[in-house]
Ligand binder design. Structure first.
Ligand code: NAP
Length: 320
């Protein structure tokens, strides 16, 4: 999918914007924000000196630091782009340094837990507008990012009750300027939808690849040698960042367990169909699921090209 950014903004939305965590998502944001003239100045912070050095070499910002408080001091907008489990510590570190009316946003794949953690920590003078771009790849780090990652992908805003409408408008404008479609919903609804569209599929991928790796009668080299399309696609997902995904499951526990319960029931029904030789039942289900896939392609969220069109240079997916 060749995705293009539109023309840059005539006037930036923010004077200074801070990105905390310059991995895949943070570095893609930095690149897109710069290209689209969303902020006059970008301050980049990361806990990892190695990631920061790469970010500097790639010229992803105007200033770089490992001190998150320093990065937010003059920022009109701060975007947390570290794994979800780090948000509490980052929130506590930046809270005293935040400017009055600074917008604090994030990109975490889980929203309810992020709000529950950040709301009590942040000072009343800050304005919290959480967001989640439903775009990504299985890569991590500053080198993995690219400016068009969010083009034609959905970004979901989950403003808490009483969120400042001007702050919500500015965060929406940011995501639209870098090519995203934007939708607003409650954090609870977001977490339920993403549990079934992203979190449970990742868990299934981790599980099936783990099961294959543990098989006693089939060697690992056979698994690799004979990996058919289906298994290969699972291994791509199962290569996703372990820290990020550990944090997703620990922070979206209820919704994931709810969806896993349903998944388990449906799997049992499938087992029964196979045992009973219910070909009609299997055929009916597979026909229904194929229609969902065609719907995703029709909405431009996936390509119908062989191999998911992922042989291109970007290898982008509608990730977590
Ligand atoms: P990533 O490539 O691993 O980058 C995260 C960066 O944050 C790393 O450089 C990490 O440093 C740094 N970091 C960790 N703790 C920190 C702290 N306390 N203070 C400052 N920096 C810290 O991760 P990512 O894939 O960009 O994911 C980032 C966020 O985006 C996650 O919340 C995830 O849920 C969300 N998200 C990811 C995707 C996706 O497809 N990957 C899609 C949508 C949303 P170290 O390497 O030293 O830990």
């Amino acid at each position: 999918m060749a995705e293009r950014l539109g023309p840059p903004l005539a006037e930036p939305i923010f004077d200074e914007l801070a990105i905390i965590g310059i991995g895949l998502i943070g570095s893609s944001l930095a690149r897109a924000i710069r290209k689209q003239n969303v902020a006059r100045r970008i301050f980049v912070a990361d806990a990892s000196p190695g990631a920061l050095a790469r970010a500097e070499a790639l010229e992803l910002g105007d200033a770089f630091t490992t001190d998150v408080a320093e990065a937010v001091r003059d920022a009109d907008c701060v975007i947390l782009c570290a794994p979800v489990g780090a948000n509490g510590a980052i929130g506590r570190a930046i809270a005293p340094a935040l400017k009055a009316r600074a917008i604090v946003s994030d990109v975490g794949s889980v929203k309810g837990a992020v709000i529950a953690e950040l709301e009590p920590i942040l000072p009343a003078r800050a304005r919290l507008v959480p967001a989640h771009p439903v775009a990504g790849t299985e890569q991590s780090g500053p080198d993995a990012g690219f400016a068009t990652l969010f083009v034609n992908r959905w970004s979901i805003l989950t403003p808490p009750e009483g969120a400042d409408p001007d702050a919500v408008r500015d965060v929406r404008a940011l995501w639209e300027a870098i090519g995203s479609n934007v939708e607003t919903m409650s954090a609870a609804h977001h977490d339920l939808v993403l549990a079934i569209t992203s979190h449970v599929p990742h868990l299934i991928a981790y599980n099936i690849v783990g099961t294959a790796a543990d098989l006693e009668d089939v060697t690992q080299s056979e698994v690799m040698k004979f990996s058919a399309g289906g298994f290969r696609d699972f291994t791509r997902i199962a290569a996703s960042d372990p820290t990020m995904w550990r944090d997703v499951f620990l922070h979206n526990k209820e919704a994931v367990l709810e969806m896993l319960g349903r998944f388990g029931e449906d799997l049992t029904a499938l087992q029964r169909m196979i045992r009973r030789g219910d070909g009609d039942g299997l055929f009916a289900l597979f026909t229904r699921t194929r229609a969902i896939r065609l719907g995703i392609v029709a909405q431009g969220q996936e390509t119908a090209a062989p191999d998911f069109g992922r042989r291109g240079p970007e290898g982008r997916s509608a990730g977590p």
